[in-house]
Design a protein around this ligand. Structure first.
Ligand code: PLP
Length: 387
């Protein structure tokens, strides 16, 4: 059975061109870039090239790029590094809809004596910037707010937020793991101090990420040891990962406009048809300020997991917002924060597309999904059946 992959916010296919670049770095060009000999030394050039490719996508200086092991490490490094560098300040501001790579870190810091403010979102998933302004004070060490939400695709006004934070003298970090490659970024024109990205979300390999650190930002390293990454992140470099990350960023620059236009038009077609053909379905998140590849739709009175299992029988991969914890399915914290009713939050499905999806895949899904929804509704104990 073929696979129709609509789960690109979870991870993406490695681009063939990326794989070709990575391949020689396992069995041929395997030297350590810190070695004195030419064999190892030549790898240093590859890392410099990758740093330039990433910087070109972000619109920043290559010296501001630190390679890490992924989005989670970049988020941890940004948050903990910014706090350690400013020991006199004890408050962190974040939002209720962050990825666990941010939210769990902040909540852990709260248990170690920091004050953590979690900003609310409205029913469209948008922030109230007045609330942020009210919360900012002299004790604010760090504001960490995601660029775009992984579940709904909702985009926050990050440049505006960065300006507010800069005016108060706090450090501003954004988790841009889902945004990079999907919306235009130009860090040279923004007040963002720290920005996280992850290779496997933009057709690069898993296990590699980047933390952008604006020149002059106070940040203590998380990993101590060797002098790699100019002393900002110790550990022998993941050369294949870094080379692949660089190539993935180069491809994202090259294909940016055409790719995102195509993806958006496929996403819109899928979304329109689902909302039309499936009764009691609703879109979650602001329809305008959204990533071009993501749609999050709730189907009232049915479990998202049941829909996923039935889609899976046709090879269609999507995801639901629920997390299975201790046997009970908890609805997503993002949808709960948006006030999505319990019955709708339980039946939410995220479709996230990429450059590799086709119109034919979208048509196939549009054909298969409405009967699945009808079938599950027939079985649902929550649906009142009229006599
Ligand atoms: N931040 C966001 C918004 C994400 O969507 C993810 C992954 O799903 C991460 C961070 C974690 O990135 P990684 O898987 O590279 O650790």
């Amino acid at each position: 059975m073929r696979t129709i992959y609509f789960d690109n916010n979870a991870t993406t296919k490695v681009a063939e061109q990326v794989f070709e670049e990575i391949h020689p770095h396992f069995c041929e060009l395997y030297g350590n870039p810190s070695s004195m000999h030419t064999f190892g030394g030549q790898i240093g050039r590859k890392i410099r090239q990758a740093r330039e490719q990433v910087a070109n996508l972000l619109g920043c200086d290559p010296g501001e790029i630190v390679f890490t092991s992924g989005g989670t490490e970049s988020d941890n490094m940004a948050i903990k590094g910014a706090l350690t560098a400013q020991p006199n300040k004890r408050t962190i501001i974040t939002t209720r809809v962050e990825h666990p790579a941010v939210l769990t870190v902040c909540r852990d810091l709260e248990s170690h004596g920091y004050t953590v403010v979690e900003l609310n979102v409205d029913k469209e998933g948008l922030l109230d910037l007045d609330e942020l302004e009210d919360q900012l004070d002299d004790d604010t060490a760090l504001v960490t707010i995601m660029y775009a939400n992984n579940e709904t695709g909702v985009i926050f006004p990050i440049d505006e937020i960065a300006e507010l934070v800069a005016d108060k003298g706090a450090i501003f970090h954004t988790d841009a793991v889902q945004a990079v490659g999907k919306i235009p970024l130009n860090l040279s024109k923004s007040n963002i101090d720290l920005l996280s990205l992850s290779g496997h979300k933009l057709h690069g390999p898993k296990g590699v990420g980047v933390l952008y650190v604006r020149k002059g930002t106070r940040l203590s390293p998380l990993m101590l040891g060797g002098h790699q990454e100019a002393g900002r992140r110790a550990g022998t470099e993941n050369v294949p990962g870094i080379v692949g990350m660089g190539k993935a960023c180069e491809l994202a620059v090259e294909n940016f406009k055409a790719e995102n236009n195509k993806v958006k038009s496929l996403r819109d077609k899928l979304e329109r048809a689902i909302l039309k053909e499936c009764p009691d379905s609703r879109l979650n998140g602001d329809p305008e300020n959204r990533l071009p590849n993501t749609t999050n739709i709730s189907f009232e009175y049915i479990e998202g997991e049941a829909i996923l299992l039935m889609l899976d029988q046709y090879g269609i991969c999507a995801s639901s917002g629920s997390a299975c914890t201790s046997g009970s399915l908890e609805p997503s914290h993002v949808l709960r924060a948006m006030g999505v009713p319990f019955t709708a939050a339980h039946g939410s499905i995220r479709f996230s597309l990429s450059r590799y999806n086709t119109e034919e895949e979208v048509d196939f899904t549009i054909e298969k999904l409405p009967p699945i929804i009808n079938q599950l509704r027939e079985l649902s104990p929550f649906v009142t059946k009229n006599a």
